[in-house]
Design a protein around this ligand. Sequence first.
Ligand code: NAD
Length: 274
Amino acid sequence: SQVPLLPLNHGPSLPRLGLGVYQVPPERTAEVVRTALEAGYRSVDTAAVYGNERGVGEAVRSSGIPRAELHVTTKLWNTDQGPDSARTAFEASLARLGLDYVDLYLIHWPVPALDRYVETWRTLEKLRADGRVKAIGVSNFQVPHLRRLIEETGTVPAVNQIELHPYLQQARLRAFHAEHGIATQAWSPLGQGLLLDDPVITELAGKHGRTPAQVMLRWNLQLGNAVVAKSADPGRLRENLAAFDFDLPAEDLALIATLHSDTRTGPRPDTFTG
Ligand code: NAD
């Protein structure tokens, strides 16, 4: 089964489900990515700060899958924001991956207190013009940060990767993204596993003969988002891929909409500095 693609406002289309490798130990990363690619994944989400880009690159390069059929995302860490440091950090990421280009390069967090995300964005524009990255985007940006990037540079991010699950539904950001043609990519779509026992989710899972993880992924996909989920387990990797072969009816989507409680599992983007 093939993972459906989400077209972006520039660059290669983004697979709607990707493997996230946050907290996958460096020495296990190549094996986990290889397992995911064998299961049918075509997209991997890493970051300089995850410390496992080498393993991602190793698995991608040895997969036997044509590079053009794979989608690799990595991210610029907070302390590397700034025109020169961003370029140096990017070159180091690319060298660790051992690739000629990355499909998507993201500013990992806005770090508003640093006030460097606009100048950093201009460096990403240059990397894109050089063909070293096919698409540029951001992560954890709030509406004011997105507005400022667009107003000051005219370049609309292809993607904003944000925490998004039934307890944190991000209605305001999703509306802004829709208005400006920014793709929403959800991180921690399972709330880092914390939502797997939610009674509404487990009830819907029972009703559809699916697992709670599949219900949450399906809900996210039906909002129109791409998602990155993490598992190192072959069975769960396949289970998560099977979120594409069923539909949640409108009444079930409406029920999940009531679960929003504005609860984050991760840091607050306005204040997080790393
Ligand atoms: P997640 O919501 O994907 O949950 C992962 C947890 O759920 C793990 O403990 C995993 O074992 C478990 N799990 C996965 N599939 C399951 C299944 N089918 N059944 C039962 N349990 C299952 O959380 P995450 O890892 O925090 O987020 C996913 C990815 O998002 C990360 O790997 C990373 O790539 C990305 N991410 C990005 C940011 C960012 O700032 N941009 C922050 C956090 C995560």
